[in-house]
Every structure is written in C-alpha cells, then in structure tokens.
Ligand binder design. Structure first.
Ligand SMILES: [Zn+2]
Length: 430
C-alpha cells in the first residue's frame, strides 16, 4: 500500500485522493493552497457580506423574520456558524436540526447549550426509531453505512424547512469534501446542490431507491425527500459553504466557542481518536468509523492525525503512534447497534466481508482477516523527510491543548458533568 509522504492517508482512501510527483496527496496540497496568500480572504468576506445582505433584503420583502437557516448538530462547527452569523453579520437565523436518534449525552448537552446561548429560534425534527432501524439496517447491509439516514436527513430536512417557510438561504460550515481530498478547489466556489447531496452525502442513493427494501416504506423516507426543482426555484433557495468565504480554522473556531459560548469537549478518552472535541455529538461515529477501517484499513485516528500533521502540530512519528493506538480498535458500542438492528456481531462481520478492500485485507491460516499493511510499519525515508511541513509552535499534545486532545500523560480535568466525563454505551433517541 502506498501512503502520502506527508499525511497518513493510504492510496485507497475515500473519497479518492491522488499523489503528485513528490508523493504528497491532493488533500495535503489543497490544505496548502488555503494557507497561501493567493486566496484573497478580504475580497471573499465582502462577497459573503453581499450574499447575507441580499438574504436580509429578501426576508424583509417577504415579511419573514428569519433571513437564513443554519443546520445545526450541536457540534463545534454549528456553534461557530451561529455565533459568526449572529454576532458579526447580525443575521437572524432559524436553527434546524435533523435528529437521527443516535445522540450522545455530550451532544445533547452541547445542542441545548447552543440553543440557550444563541437565543435563536430552533426546530428539531426527530426521526422515529422504527424507521431509523429499518433504514439503518438496510444501508448497513447494502453499503456498510449505518448512518446513511443522518447524511440524507441533515442534507435534506433544512431544505424542506426552507421551502415550507420561504427562507432562501441555507448556510453550511465547511465544505469537508474539499479538505479531505482536494478534488474541488477553492476557486470553484462550490455551492450545495441536489447533485452534491446525492453523490457526496448519500452514496449515490436517493430515498426512493430504498422503498420496498428491508421493509422500508414510503413513510420511512419522507424526511429524506429533497424538494422539487419547482419549489427550489420558487423560493430561490441556495446553499453556501462558509469555508469558501472565510479562512476555516476548525481548531481556532472550537477554542473561540469554548470561551465565548461554553462549547464543551468530552474529558474521557474516546475509543477511536485522540480528538476530544470533534463529532462528539455523534454516538454511532465509533461504529461508523470502525466500518471504514474494516473496509479500507484506516479510521478516524488517521483522519485526525493527518489534519494535525498538515497544520504542523504533530510530527509524522506522533501521528503514526496515534494510528497504531486507535485505528484497529473494535468499539464497545458495536454491541449496542447490533442489538438495536436485531443482528448478531457475527452477522455484522459477515455482511462486511465482501466490502473489505482485498488489496489490503487477507485471511490468515485460521480464517481471521489481517491487514497486509499499516502506515506505521513504514520507515520514514527521503520522500517523507522532504514532504514535512514546518512544525508549528502549537503542539497537539501540549498543556494548552489539554481539553481538546487526549494526552494519556496529561488527561483533561473532569468537569463534574456526567455527560462530559463518562462515555455512554447506549445512545439517546432524543
Ligand atoms: Zn497527504
């Protein structure tokens, strides 16, 4: 297996990455291009202001009190989006949550916190657990994804609300697809469309494709049906990504939100990453991520360490140690989801068997799947030395980052709040 000479992504990473002649991946190059001065952020900030002013004007004309929708999960990004639009741009957003039912106690704590601190109006749609179970189970078996309904719901429901309430602007945070792979560039000013939703977020499936499969009915898929072209045109809804207009620095933004609005990371060591503040609202994330490991041989620790390496906050050596510590671990919540979906663990692994990337996975003599390669088995050579970024003074595992990343030698202080101090093996539906 070939790995990026800078970050830790393997050549079979999803979505697709490509390597240049220096052995550096497109995701790393994209990251670099954002830091370079070629991007005129001031000009872009003015563009954003114009879009937001226009939304205010339309809202006023329509007699609508909300000038935009911000889809929120309660995570660090949604805190920042709301804070920025409210404080800096004086918008009056309607916060919209698609509740997929797989919530952590920490996530609920932070979502309630966001609603309270922002003072914004808030709509939360909770998908019924019966439909969640059917859709989740079918998509796990078919494409190895038990969280398809999240992506479908989060990317659809805000637009249903936009049409219903005549609100023409939906504001997303980061265009994460670009940062992961570098396939689209900042010059493209990508906006959210029906197509990007289906291809990037929904694995090429439209909800109607699911009807009749695994007992899924028309009722089950209602929250995932995107408005018609006519409706979109009538309300003139557009979906923009803030990361096209402001320099997106996820860590700095999380720090601002911890300080300004008391966004709270967890304090316990998570099972699949050293990161204590990202996606902590998503209870199924551990299993979701473990599925990625089963398929492609890498997981969340590779993602998180690669990001730290690109920022110069972590060395390649430190990153490899993180991958070694976390990526292969079976999460203790796997049993919870197998029980919920009504399958045995054995069946779970049987379903996943055809989805394993056979370039990486082979069965050993006693029939156990073994990865044939791992990034930390590779020695650091000239290519890797040459590809290193300048180390930042800000080190991932330093004392000042104690609340944000888990350092076993210097773990974060407990808060006294159980939701933040204790992992929960079961999820909260509401
Ligand atoms: Zn890379």
């Amino acid at each position: 297996m070939r790995y990026c000479a800078r970050c830790l992504y393997p050549e079979n990473a999803r979505p697709t990455i490509i390597f240049d002649e220096e052995g550096v991946c497109s995701g790393c190059r994209y990251h670099e291009s954002r830091i370079k001065l070629e991007v005129n952020w001031e000009e872009r900030s003015v563009m954003l202001e114009r879009i937001l002013e226009e939304a205010k004007r339309i809202a006023k004309r329509n007699g609508n009190s909300h000038d935009c929708i911000i889809p929120v999960s309660g995570g660090k990004d949604s805190h920042y989006q709301v804070w920025l639009l409210k404080k800096k741009y004086e918008m009056n957003p309607l916060l919209v949550t698609f509740n997929h039912a797989y919530n952590t106690p920490a996530g609920n704590r932070n979502l309630y916190n966001l609603v309270e601190k922002s003072g914004c109006d808030f709509v939360r749609y909770t998908a019924g657990v019966d439909s969640v179970r059917r859709v989740s189970r079918y998509m796990l078996q078919t494409v190895g994804d038990l969280t398809w309904h999240y992506h479908a719901g989060i990317r659809t429901y805000p637009f249903q609300v936009a049409i219903e309430r005549n609100i023409p602007l939906v504001v997303w945070g980061e265009h994460g697809f670009a940062e992961l792979t570098g396939i689209v560039s900042l010059e493209d000013f990508v906006e959210f469309t029906r197509w990007t939703r289906k291809e990037h977020d929904m694995r090429g499936y439209e909800p109607h494709d699911l009807i009749g499969k695994g007992g899924i009915t028309e009722r089950d898929i209602a929250p995932y049906i995107y408005p018609t072209d006519e409706d979109i045109a009538r309300v003139e809804v557009r979906g923009i990504y803030l990361s096209n207009f402001i320099y997106w620095d996820a860590k700095k933004q999380a720090e601002i939100m911890m300080k300004e609005w008391d966004f709270a990371p967890v304090t316990y060591e998570r099972e699949r990453t050293f990161n204590l503040h990202g996606k902590i609202e998503d209870h199924a994330n551990d299993v979701h991520d473990y599925l990625k490991y089963i398929k492609f041989g890498y997981g969340r620790a590779t993602d998180d360490a690669s990001m730290e390496i690109r920022h110069g906050r972590m060395s390649r050596e430190e990153g490899m140690a993180m991958v070694n510590r976390y990526d292969a671990r079976e999460p203790s919540t796997l049993g919870t989801y197998c029980d919920f979906l009504g399958i045995s663990k054995q069946r779970f692994y049987d379903w996943m068997e055809p989805m394993r990337d056979k370039r990486l996975w082979q069965k050993n003599k006693i029939g156990i799947w073994q990865p044939q390669d791992e990034v930390f088995r590779h020695e650091i050579g000239d290519l890797e030395e040459h590809a290193r970024v300048l180390p930042s003074k800000d080190r991932t595992m330093s004392d000042s980052n104690r609340r944000m990343y888990y350092n076993p030698n210097n773990p974060p202080l407990k808060t006294g709040i159980q939701a933040l101090d204790q992992p929960s093996v079961s999820f909260m539906v509401i």
